[in-house]
Ligand binder design. Structure first.
Ligand SMILES: NC(=O)c1ccc[n+]([C@@H]2O[C@H](COP(=O)([O-])OP(=O)(O)OC[C@H]3O[C@@H](n4cnc5c(N)ncnc54)[C@H](OP(=O)(O)O)[C@@H]3O)[C@@H](O)[C@H]2O)c1
Length: 286
């Protein structure tokens, strides 16, 4: 197949590119920055564009059979880029879908997320679901939505915090989830290229409380867990206060405040445990 991978320099995107190359597919990679950190592999055609500008995407899907979009603003608590999820994820993926339709691509695989009613109202989720709605209305291609729980790569942020000494715990930490390896999400994307329409819900092999996830990060570093309890109310209020200056961070705080108190479980995929993933990340750094 000839496949365009959008968000190819991201955690899931890189794994999708690797799996497609291993299958012998022809890969075009859409990246934001012309020089993505780390190579994507030989034979991959690179296209760099800011996908929020539709004119920058003109022709990007020409000649491809399918698009896999793992494109989205980073899920990181940083003060860097400010544009909200509603201003990045929704318009960028809508413009990409328009290009796929214009080029007569036959499939569009979109990575959204596993959604529970308690956090479905947040801007971060709505940005993804606007894309899903649009994909459902596209009648000349087959659309598949991949819905992972939290990625291992996102949980690895706790390693950085644990290294610095302490990590926040929003709420009582008793809500349960089964985070998933980005490689298993990528495998589901690639499998969907040969499957039908619909949603694919996926989580990882192990159900953990949110407190256990943070504690595993400390354990991977051989440190005693030092957690700072934050109430979801405080997190939400901080998000509201920050929103005018830092819309993306504000939206993310609203999402985290809601998700931290909610159990989010999805069908299990993959076999690597989060503790093994953390151990790998720690070993790779030393
Ligand atoms: N993190 C989680 O736990 C989680 C869980 C479920 C679903 N998701 C969703 O899954 C998707 C992929 O997640 P991920 O962790 O793989 O994301 P990621 O590592 O942050 O990668 C996102 C990709 O999108 C690209 N991108 C961002 N803005 C762009 C723009 N304006 N134009 C062109 N490219 C742009 C990035 O390029 P640059 O690197 O060059 O900026 C990067 O390649 C996201 O929509 C995310 O919300 C994440």
């Amino acid at each position: 197949m000839r496949v365009l991978v959008a968000g190819a320099s991201g955690a899931i995107g890189r794994e999708v590119v690797a799996l497609l190359r291993a299958r012998g597919d022809t890969v075009r990679a859409l990246v934001h920055r012309r020089r993505p950190a780390g190579a994507l592999g030989e034979g991959v055609e690179l296209r760099a564009a800011d996908a929020t500008r539709p004119e920058a995407l003109r022709g990007v899907c020409e000649g491809v059979d399918a698009v896999v979009s793992c494109l989205g603003a980073p899920v990181a608590m940083s003060l860097g880029a400010r544009a909200s999820y509603l201003a990045v994820d929704a318009p960028a993926n809508a413009a990409l879908l328009d290009e796929a339709l214009r080029a007569n691509a036959s499939r569009f695989i979109y990575v959204s997320l596993h959604v529970e009613p308690a956090y479905a109202h947040t801007a971060y989720v709505r940005a993804h679901e606007l894309v899903v709605d649009r994909l459902r209305r596209a009648d000349t291609l087959t659309g598949t939505v991949i819905r992972p729980t939290g990625l291992y790569s996102a949980m690895a942020d706790f390693l950085g915090l644990a290294r610095r000494g302490f990590a926040p715990l929003v709420g009582d930490g008793q809500a349960r989830t089964n985070p998933v390896h980005e490689r298993d999400v990528a495998a589901a994307c690639v499998e969907a290229l040969g499957g039908g329409p619909g949603d694919v819900e996926l989580g990882g092999p192990e159900v953990l409380t949110r407190r256990q996830i943070v504690e595993l990060a400390f354990a991977a570093l051989g440190k005693r867990p030092r957690l700072v309890r934050l109430s979801p109310w405080l997190m939400r209020t901080m998000g509201t206060l920050l929103w005018p200056l830092q819309p993306r961070l504000g939206e993310l705080m609203h999402f985290f405040a809601a998700v931290a108190a909610t159990s989010a479980l999805a069908p299990a995929h993959g076999s690597m445990r989060l503790s093994e993933y953390f151990a790998e990340r720690v070993a790779a750094r030393s």
